[in-house]
Design a protein around this ligand. Structure first.
Ligand code: HEM
Length: 140
């Protein structure tokens, strides 16, 4: 396959590392920032900016590169791809929910994040592991 395919895959993987790292960090903050901490609002505001500009741009790149790989590979009808697509769609939704929650918490840090947000780190890890197994093994 053409050489540029592997370069697009490299872009996909580098930006994916940023997205996963950012999502794990968000989960860590929801679990560990004490609502009474004097630094809570500032920490959430810094994380919000980081997510909006840095992680958000990386997520866009993951999608652009991923859809390009799908198109070049002709993978849109493959079972592994369709299953992975559902998983990465859910992951993108969780990232959106994390960013929304960071925005709320930066305004009112005393609020309690939902169970989904508190557990969003481990949930992200499980979904990413599934997505990686699907692309690496392509079991169906
Ligand atoms: C956080 C989300 C994602 C993770 C963790 C992830 C992970 C990976 C990994 C590890 C590979 C390399 C597989 C290999 O070298 O064999 C890969 C390739 C690929 N990804 Fe993703 N990806 C994500 C999002 C997406 C999205 C949004 C799409 C498209 C809608 C996509 C489509 C693809 C395709 C088509 C390949 C090429 C598979 C191949 O060349 O065999 N990925 N992804």
């Amino acid at each position: 396959m053409a050489d540029y395919y592997t370069w697009i895959k490299a872009v996909h993987l580098i930006s994916m590392v940023v997205v996963v790292g950012g999502m794990l960090l968000n989960g860590f903050l929801f679990r560990n920032v004490a609502p009474t901490s004097p630094d809570a609002a500032r920490t959430y505001a810094a994380a919000l900016a980081f997510n909006r500009y840095f992680v958000g741009s990386a997520l866009a790149l993951v999608w652009i590169a991923g859809l390009t790989l799908m198109w070049l590979l002709g993978a849109h009808k493959d079972g592994w791809f369709i299953t992975k697509f559902v998983i990465v769609f859910i992951l993108s939704g969780i990232h959106g929910a994390q960013t929304g929650r960071l925005a709320k918490l930066s305004r009112s840090p005393g609020e309690t994040p939902s169970g989904l947000m508190v557990n969003s780190g481990p949930i992200t890890l499980v979904l990413v592991a599934l997505a990686i197994c699907l692309v690496a093994i392509k079991p169906f």
